[in-house]
Ligand binder design. Structure first.
Ligand code: ADP
Ligand code: ADP
Length: 225
């Protein structure tokens, strides 16, 4: 049964920009889906709608069967700069969700350290958000979400602008997480190579208006190349 369902979702900005049109998708537990497509095709818009940060103009998002904006709904975690506390260190930020849950300090710090390592930020525990790049900040958000065992993990180009070697290392960290954590990952990228490398399924969006143009099984692409 799907964890997240996107049902007939359209999104207009103003009256003229059709950012998304008639999107129907579902996301299973334990799978990593990439949203792939050129700039402006609506990837970020779709991610924000799934996260409940943006209302669709029509259609509906369901998380575990409940509408995201309805009562008792679970929120997906999206990783953006604003999610971090600028006055707190990477370690404190990663441990924050556990603090809210009332987990004792030594245990929450142990768990936060573990996930900081898992997202490839070992050694950055004492840094502050302003000392990190956008992609690194997203990964601090990812560590926080993993520490509290969030089911749905959303990422918007968390590996952009790093050199090839670093990028490959982060991609491997993500694939490792996907193996060991039975979660629903939704990942935005404009890199076909990256999408083929890390995902179980690629949703290709086409722009103006943003629609699903193809669903690709990366296994097949890997065998061809
Ligand atoms: P992507 O993430 O694939 O680059 P976006 O979701 O950011 O695409 O944008 C999809 C379309 O919606 C683009 O044409 C973009 O210019 C437009 N758009 C995005 N955000 C806004 C906004 N706040 N107001 C008006 N138009 C927007
Ligand atoms: P953005 O999303 O803002 O473009 P990135 O996360 O892609 O930022 O990283 C930008 C810069 O930060 C790159 O120079 C990269 O090498 C460096 N960087 C990111 N993560 C690490 C890390 N774990 N260790 C060392 N350098 C890192």
């Amino acid at each position: 049964e799907p964890i997240v369902e996107v049902r007939n979702v359209s999104k207009l900005y103003g009256n003229t920009v059709v950012a998304l049109q008639d999107i129907d998708l579902s996301f299973e537990k334990g799978h990593l889906t990439s949203l792939l497509g050129p700039s402006g095709c609506g990837k970020t818009t779709l991610l924000k709608i799934v996260a409940g940060l943006l209302q669709p103009s029509s259609g509906e998002i369901r998380v575990k069967g409940k509408p995201v904006n309805g009562p008792g709904a679970e929120r997906a975690f999206v990783f953006q700069d604003f999610a971090l506390m600028p006055w707190a260190s990477v370690l404190e930020n990663a441990a924050y969700g556990l603090k809210v849950q009332g987990v004792a300090k030594s245990e929450r710090e142990d768990r936060a350290r573990h996930y900081i390592g898992e997202v490839g930020l070992h050694g950055f525990e004492k840094k502050y958000p302003h000392e990190l790049s956008g992609g690194m900040r997203q990964r601090v958000g990812l560590a926080r979400a993993l520490a509290v065992d969030a089911d749905i993990l959303l990422m918007d180009e968390p590996f952009s602008a790093v050199d090839e070697q670093t990028r490959r290392k982060f991609q491997e960290d993500l694939m490792h997480l996907r193996e060991v954590e039975n979660k629903t990952f939704l990942f935005v990228t404009h890199s076909i190579e990256e999408a083929v490398y890390v995902s179980d399924r690629i949703v290709l969006l086409s722009p103006r208006p943003g629609r699903v143009s193809e669903i690709i099984d990366p296994q097949i692409s890997r065998e061809i190349s």
